[in-house]
Design a binder for this molecule. Sequence first.
Ligand SMILES: Cc1ncc(COP(=O)(O)O)c(C=O)c1O
Length: 463
Amino acid sequence: MSARRNSQAALDIAHHLHPRTDWRAHEANGPVIVSHGDGAEIVDVSGKRYIEGMAGLWCASLGFNHPRLAKAGADQFAKLGFYHTFAHRSMDVVADLAGQLAELAPAGLDRVCFNTSGSEANETMVKLAWTYHTARGKPGKRKIISRDRGFHGSTIVAASMCGLPVMHREFGLPLPGFIHVRCPDHLREGQPGESEEAFTARLAAELEQTILAEGADTVAAFIAEPVIAGGGIVVPPKGYFEAIQPILDRYDILMLDDEIVCGFGRTGNWFGCETVGMKPDMMSVAKALSSSYFPISAVIVSDRVYQAVADYHAGEQFGHGFTNSGHPVGAAIALEALKVYDEMDLIPEVRRKGANLMAGLEGLMTNPYVGNVRGRGMMIGVELLADRASRRRFDPALKLGARVEAAAASHGLVVRSMGDILGFCPPYIVSDAQIDAMVERLGKALDDVTPALRDAAGAATPV
Ligand SMILES: Cc1ncc(COP(=O)(O)O)c(C=O)c1O
């Protein structure tokens, strides 16, 4: 490492407060400083290459240096580097993007509200849900129900909707009125011998009981990721959304669909709601919208919600929006990303590559501590278990997943450990050879950690 590189690490340690990072561990270990991207790979300043099995943070769907996205951004910067969308202002690229998203989204969702982050998009859905009910004479419908292990962002309301203790702990969250129900994880939450169908029925009954206990006239909306991402790649059990939708309808509760990870092909359909049979009133999208080359997100709203809110605000303004809502550079890059998706025939491509990755990862189940491999499309989780048959888990304090993640990095693979679940969400442009290499490198990482897994299995705690 040159002196300059050393000094960048030192500057980072001295002055850069990292999100979702253990600051004391950062002082001790320092940063991985990424220098550049090469398709689905990143290269650090020491020249070490990694296949980015997580597309960064579930986001760089077209890899890390796509020339067409770079050009679309540069061209737009040169033409109009900023304008806003408040008070009837718009731009050619922003109007085009709204039109394309309305066309792409499931039938009935056709009004697009731009934001800059996933958290903002989810908060926007909450404000729209509150306004919708107020507009219909039900201002008491305010509470939001979400699921344990769901992730919806880091701002105060978005974090309140998360079902992860790390997002609440020292902040006094969730705010009052943010209610959580059981995670639809059959592996962890299913009772011994309980079928997926029986588990679904139990979850639906629990949801209804929660609504009734809270008072149906106080509940505004239910929010869910079609497939839970950051909570550990949880695919809902068979019939889950079909079972809960009528309950929400019965009590006049909106379905908010967080597609921030699942949107734009990730689960093998354009939107995750199609994969899991969800019927949203609104959906939030971000990340793959621009391959995260620009901070742009959006909420796509049903006509029913739009009409109610528009009537309510007629003669006044909707009191919400951000300086960079509908930024022209983000819009130009997103338009280009959508064009690339179309030209690469995205959905069959994701299904084929996802099936190959899944088959490869399932092959690693020859290791007895690879307890479960699941996912949809190119979003796959590998769960370590002390005992596959009894679903016995390792003691979380041993942080064995993090050890596999570190071993994988040493072999040139980025995966994300979510406890003892290792997540894969690679860029769609990953090559077939890179898919094979990801599997091989995870296999090597598991081999490295297997002695520790074997030792820990003796002392593992039950589910
Ligand atoms: C499902 C989901 N929703 C919302 C968010 C929040 O997005 P942002 O970090 O852009 O606010 C994330 C981020 O990872 C996410 O995975």
